[in-house]
Design a protein around this ligand. Structure first.
Ligand SMILES: *Cc1c(COP(=O)(O)O)cnc(C)c1O
Length: 230
């Protein structure tokens, strides 16, 4: 008997597979990032036992505690996806593998300086404010290329791509339209930067992962559909 968590996890994997096939893409071209914020380490362990390796956390201390609690599970990859203030960069640089929410150079510089010498470079995505609210987090699309160039010159981080969190919109067509704007910006930057490791477009969540995969997402960040409601 599969547990409810395992059933939800397998259902999300199936949604990703079907969305990729319908979009004419290989299912393995879309990675699942299981967003475990607010869920206990034991629930994360259950999903890890089903084969999941990438987990996303929003709050630094909560994430650091879970990383420590799950040290015995081999091969887990931890992604920081929440807003990051400059006074919180050190534990992120020391414990996480990825940061998706970098939206200014100062944060990337601190992460690079604080990354311990024995660890591989920290993987970074730039958060882009793709649908443009002035108070929203994220670099504006017009400033994304210059930020990407500056970040890619830092020694202890590696620029992997872009991340977006568009406001919810009704209907798959409207969702696809927003995600396609991000895909176009991603393609532009990929061409301009010519960095082989710039390969990640982090977009799509529980409610809109099909639209995101259709538009070209390479990593969907799924919380409630895997773990249940928060
Ligand atoms: C919480 C969160 C998610 C997951 O959202 P769900 O709707 O639960 O799938 C994805 N990305 C970010 C940045 C989040 O904060």
């Amino acid at each position: 008997m599969m547990s409810e968590t395992e059933q939800r996890y397998q259902a999300v994997r199936e949604r990703i597979t079907q969305a990729a096939l319908q979009a004419g893409r290989k299912p393995e071209s879309v990675q699942l990032l299981a967003v475990s914020k607010t869920f206990a380490a034991d629930q994360v362990r259950e999903v890890a036992d089903s084969g999941q390796r990438d987990f996303g956390e929003n709050y630094v201390q909560e994430g650091v505690d879970k990383i420590a609690a799950l040290k015995d599970v081999p091969g887990l990859v931890w992604h920081c996806i929440g807003p990051l203030q400059s006074n919180k960069t050190r534990p992120v640089a020391e414990h996480f593998d990825w940061v998706h929410s970098v939206d200014r150079l100062k944060i990337a510089q601190r992460l690079s300086e604080q990354r311990p010498a024995g660890l591989p470079p920290l993987n970074i995505c730039l958060q882009v404010n793709i649908d443009g609210g002035p108070t929203k987090a994220g670099v504006s699309p017009s400033e994304a290329l210059s930020l990407a160039q500056a970040v890619s010159a830092l020694p202890s981080v590696v620029l992997r791509g872009l991340m977006t969190i568009p406001d919810p919109v009704e209907g798959v067509d409207a969702q696809v339209a927003v995600h396609l704007q991000a895909k176009h910006l991603f393609d532009e930057l990929q061409a301009a930067l010519a960095l082989p490791q710039f390969d990640t477009l982090s977009m799509g969540m529980s409610a809109d992962l099909e639209a995101a995969v259709h538009a070209g997402s390479t990593m969907v960040r799924v919380g409630t559909a895997v773990f249940g409601s928060r």
